[in-house]
Design a protein around this ligand. Sequence first.
Ligand code: CO
Length: 166
Amino acid sequence: MRFLLTFKLVALATFFMASFDAIASEEATASVEAAAQDAACQLTIEANDRMQFNALTMEAPASCAEITVTLTHTGQLPREGMGHNWVLTASGDFNDVANEGMKAGLANNYMPVGDTRVIAGTEIIGGGDTASVTFSTSGMTAGGEYTYFCSFPGHWGMMKGAFKLV
Ligand code: CO
């Protein structure tokens, strides 16, 4: 009788421990998935002294609540002569925002001030510098047409690409 009771207790304890392990393992999986999701919402892009971005398209999961884009200027020229930034608008707004940004001047990073058509934009940087911007995707649409570009005067003809939430 005593042997049977001990056996039952061990069996019960084993059952609870197995359940606990399963929960811990699910939590570990969820945390790995969250980290992967977080990494997918962090994008990088480079710009150089030849007035080029190193990517013609960029995309992030539509499930990202926020996206961070980090721009690195891999050249050596100063921001006044070969400045670059990373600006995001709906594709339909791109031309108008780029033209109005030119008038806003370097002091405003060649972006129209307070313009809600600018979804995101970094400061203008020179060679060797890095700039980041974090923006909410709440006003964006999965599958919508977005354009990223450098708003430095004369650059956006070459320095532009298609951005998508997928
Ligand atoms: Co540029």
